[in-house]
Design a binder for this molecule. Sequence first.
Ligand code: FAD
Ligand code: NA7
Length: 449
Amino acid sequence: MAHSKEMTRIGVIGAGPSGMSLLYHLAKMELEGKHIPDVVCYEKQPECGGLWNFDWRTGVDEHGEPIHGSMYRHLWTNGPKECLEFPDYTFDKHFGKAIPSFPTRKVVLDYMNGRWKTVDARRFFRVNTNVQKVIYNPKENNFTVWARDQVEDKDLPLETFSHIIVSTGHFSVPNMPYFKGVETFPGRVLHSHDFRDARDFKGKRLLVIGSSYSAEDISLHCVKFGAKSIVCSTRSGPMGFKWPVQIQERPLLERIEGQMVYFNDGSSTEVDTIIYCTGYKHSFRFLPDNLRLKTENSLYPPNLYKGIIWIKSGNNKLMYIGMQDQYYTMTMFDAQSFWACRVILGETILPEKETMEADIARWIQKLENATSTVQEIDFQTEYVMDLCHDSGYEHNLDVKDMFNHWEETKIENITTYRDHVYKSKFTGTVSCKHHKPFMAALDDRYEDL
Ligand code: FAD
Ligand code: NA7
């Protein structure tokens, strides 16, 4: 398909790490002397950074809108920072010294902000603007965006764009399945989206439902901050780590009767609090059905060519960034954003629809064979490398070996995997140890780097 001669104007929805990567690359291309189109980025929060901004609220924000944030106090990254390091803006460059491999939330946000500032990527975004609706206008072959200024509580003038980039994340809208009898439970029932501080659960007996990253990390944090006992209920097999004595795994929850919870192996226990770690829904209420990605949390969501181009919009100008399940995070969003920018600027030409469909089918077929963590890491590495190859991204982002080592250390000891140090692929710097082991570090002050 030839690059359109129509007006090019880009609307980006969401200024988290994904949206900001897109803005970063456009700004960088401009600094390199390229002509870039007009760009507007809508962000409903008062700052960029997405989930990495800690939100103390739960439920609704000060404007009555659903809270985006799902991160909690005391969070340390759950993968080594060396796996998310930007080759063109390294940790050394930002901090000027070695820092631990599993930094806290504030440190990661500070690092990303540092990179965005180098090209003044922040100039493109409008804060406190909540996108309400996007429609595709087939006649004009463009999109109309309706957004609200949340502070002024008023609609903004409608705006028209040739391209829309959806980078609104997908770990914000809780998946809340029903379990028989939950309404009889007298204690607190919450989703990981509303989990803010593990200290709330000191001395408590918890039921954690789910067996993925939130279940794993929230259980660990609760033990660290003094929970009495935790039972994790799993649907498709135990996480299988060597847990501290306070944590046990059980099969799927069958029913709840008052404080008693019953599992499908016939066992039962009494708990004080239930935490749903049952994942999130991809939710794009501002998009009509024909533009809306509908998917489970998958390493290759459907209908997205190269995991980015929505092939059902008719014009291939609706793009999604960061919609995959994630081993790779910041660097994957970066490779996707660079690839998307090249398409927008006409430097990469998209193939015919049939070729794109066949390519998607090939990846989804390949994903079916990725059944272990190692194979999933391989799969996502191949995906990221494919994007880089296709777009001429100038750095090698393959950190598969580091991810594999990380997984091994988790299996070895889930309580100490964050105490390991890794070597930067780009600078060779070996990170330093945190001044306390993860399980003993009860503070998350920025100064504690
Ligand atoms: P988000 O960070 O979710 O940003 C999306 C942005 O879109 C937000 O700013 C939001 O306000 C905005 N937005 C949404 N809807 C609208 C709208 N209608 N109008 C305007 N703006 C809108 N990754 C790691 O690499 N390491 C970790 O340790 C790690 N820990 C995590 C822990 C938790 C609890 C969670 C939930 C995720 C974690 N992640 C981690 C993964 C995380 O998904 C990514 O790091 C990253 O934040 C994804 O960036 P994003 O920009 O795609 O989405
Ligand atoms: P994930 O990784 O999507 O995992 C969701 C978990 O919830 C997973 O174990 C699911 O079981 C489980 N689940 C979902 N529905 C049910 C029902 N009905 N019954 C029992 N169990 C269920 O989400 P997370 O929140 O763990 O992680 C998301 C991000 O947050 C991640 O990037 C982290 O870094 C932080 P399944 O395995 O499908 O059987």
